[in-house]
Design a protein around this ligand. Structure first.
Ligand SMILES: Cc1ncc(C[n+]2csc(CCOP(=O)(O)OP(=O)(O)O)c2C)c(N)n1
Ligand SMILES: [Mg+2]
Length: 533
């Protein structure tokens, strides 16, 4: 009899859901399918729950910046969040730089961070940190769960917050992860957006009609295919130029989509570009400012007398706002995109001879397959890629929106997991790549179709350019030591091989084209070190 009771007790223990299982079950119910994790002891109930409450595939990242960067890449591609499962304050802190990029890219990312058991917290154990303070710097939404039974509602609120294009951070104390949670109530996922104000479109239309030279500056979801098609209708009707921030988080490009120019990085060229306009209409993009404060250069690129109109808030649906504006202007539904650039030009030829930054970009443009995802953390090498006046096949391009380097390899990893049928090409600067290079191992472990093109100029070239621009030239031995990646040179082929990724080095455009074609036809990840001057 005793044995019988013990058996039933054990069974009931087995069946009673704990907070961690409730968390995973709720996430699955809210459409979450993927978790990029680097867990520790405080998250182990969640690790176990990933098996007991199925529906989410877990991927190990060997550094938290890999997990958050991969969750960002995944979120940018699918416009829905993956979980980044992180260990306490220190783990979260390691992931912050790429969460910063995610925030600037308006990418949906769902952090789940374990916290010490509430009864243990007062003892000030070694790993204790103020996690909420860290969360605040990068998250549009954050909360520490207050009870096991609250976890379902907390998770639903977190997922809802990500749907606005935000980072959400849910911090879950270990004792609540273990708490019995039968009898919980799950909230429905609501619409995250505030409605557009009635008559707002009419107001924008009548203001716009008072100006001649206008630009429409697109950001966030507006740079996805549907937003771009609405923007094309507006452009056709108003004759405005379409612009994007310098480092947009996501942009669809290709036949049938309008040409969108990016605001240049260097302030004088940015001011030059924007001075053409009497008015700039902002749709999901912030007002452009210079990356840094240069003495004597104003921060805001627009002059005071240039008019700014903001189409909608960050909490409203920018695509709907654009479509409503297009309708309000009486724009035809499906304009043919007749930009002369698209008509006149075709793919570049593969260039010949020793590689340069320009030839690397031309070769990529000549070879990139249909529907490629281009993750561009090339810093100086890729400058000419975006500007190529060529009609490339349909592709998506993603940039390091927050300027916090070490984003490219993880972002490419997450994008490949989000879109297994699309080739991912990561145009990757060498210095930036070394921050989170261990993401290559996740690519190898998961057999992801990512081709990493290392822009091996063996320097922090942009810093050398900035040094010269500020008149510090010739620079001394310390400035040289801090901007050159030599002595010893970094051997990318062996680094790749060490992580299980086949690697090869090339120094001519022809060899690059050959190796890139080969990498794109063979399954799994590849790395090509482009030896650049
Ligand atoms: C997290 C972070 N640390 C440091 C920097 C400063 N920084 C900007 S670019 C750069 C190095 C660029 O070198 P590389 O990635 O090789 O590109 P290149 O300039 O050679 O094209 C550094 C250190 C930064 N932007 N973000
Ligand atoms: Mg470099």
């Amino acid at each position: 009899m005793k044995q019988h009771v013990a058996f039933w007790l054990m069974l009931s223990k087995w069946w009673i859901m704990n907070g961690a299982e409730l968390l995973i079950k709720t996430a699955v119910g809210a459409g979450v399918k993927v978790c990029f994790a680097n867990p520790g002891t405080t998250e182990l109930p969640i690790v176990a729950a990933l098996d007991r409450a199925p529906g989410i595939r877990a991927y190990l990242g060997l550094f938290e910046g890999v997990c958050t960067g991969a969750a960002d890449g995944y979120g940018r591609m699918l416009d829905k969040p993956a979980i980044a499962l992180l260990h306490l304050g220190p783990g979260f802190a390691n992931g912050i730089a790429n969460l910063h990029n995610a925030r600037r890219a308006k990418s949906p990312v769902l952090n789940v961070v374990g916290e010490h058991a509430t009864w243990h917290r007062d003892a000030d154990p070694p790993l204790a940190m103020d996690i909420e303070s860290l969360a605040r710097t990068v998250s549009g939404w954050w909360r520490t769960s207050k009870a096991g039974l609250d976890i379902a509602a907390d998770m639903v609120d977190a997922v809802t917050a990500t749907r606005l294009g935000q980072v959400a951070t849910l911090i879950v104390p270990n004792d609540y992860q273990l708490a019995e949670c039968d009898g919980h109530r799950v909230k429905e996922l609501g619409s995250p957006f505030d409605p557009l104000e009635p008559n707002s479109t009419e107001a924008v239309v009548s203001r716009l009609r008072t100006f001649h030279k206008a630009a429409l500056m697109l950001g966030g979801r507006a740079l996805r295919e549907r937003g771009l098609k609405a923007a094309a209708r507006i452009q056709k009707r108003m004759g405005c130029d379409l612009l994007a921030p310098t480092l947009p988080g996501y942009m669809d490009r290709g036949p049938g989509l309008p040409i969108v120019e990016r605001v240049p990085y260097f302030p004088e060229r940015a001011v030059d570009m924007l001075s053409r306009y009497e008015v700039v209409l902002f749709a999901g993009a912030p007002e452009p400012v210079t990356f840094f404060g240069y003495p004597g250069v104003r921060s805001r690129i627009l002059a005071d007398e240039q008019e700014r109109i903001v189409l909608c808030t960050d909490r409203q649906n920018v695509v709907e706002a654009l479509e409503s504006l297009a309708d309000g202007l009486g724009a035809p539904l499906d304009p043919t995109i007749d930009d002369p650039l698209l008509k006149k030009t075709k793919r570049p030829e593969i260039p010949a001879g020793e590689l340069t930054a320009e030839k690397a970009c031309l070769t990529l443009a000549a070879v990139q397959p249909e529907k490629a995802i281009i993750v561009d953390e090339s810093i100086t090498t890729g400058l000419s890629y975006f500007l190529l006046p060529t009609a490339l096949p349909a592709h998506t391009i993603m940039n390091v929106s927050g300027g916090s380097i070490g984003q490219g390899i993880p972002c490419a990893t997450g994008a490949a997991i989000a879109c297994p049928d699309r080739p991912v090409i990561n145009l990757q600067a060498d210095g930036s790549g070394l921050y989170t290079v261990q993401a290559l191992w996740t690519q190898a472990r998961e057999g992801l179709n990512v081709t990493t093109l290392i822009c091996s100029n063996r320097s922090y070239r942009i810093l050398q350019v900035e040094l010269s621009r500020s008149g510090i030239e010739p620079y001394g031995p310390n400035a040289r030591a801090l901007t050159e990646l030599t002595n010893p040179p970094i051997d990318w082929v062996r680094i790749a091989q060490g992580f299980g990724v086949p690697g090869v080095a090339v120094s001519t455009a022809e060899n690059l084209a050959r190796e890139l074609n080969k990498a794109l036809t063979e399954p799994g990840p590849h790395l090509i070190e482009m030896l650049l001057p």
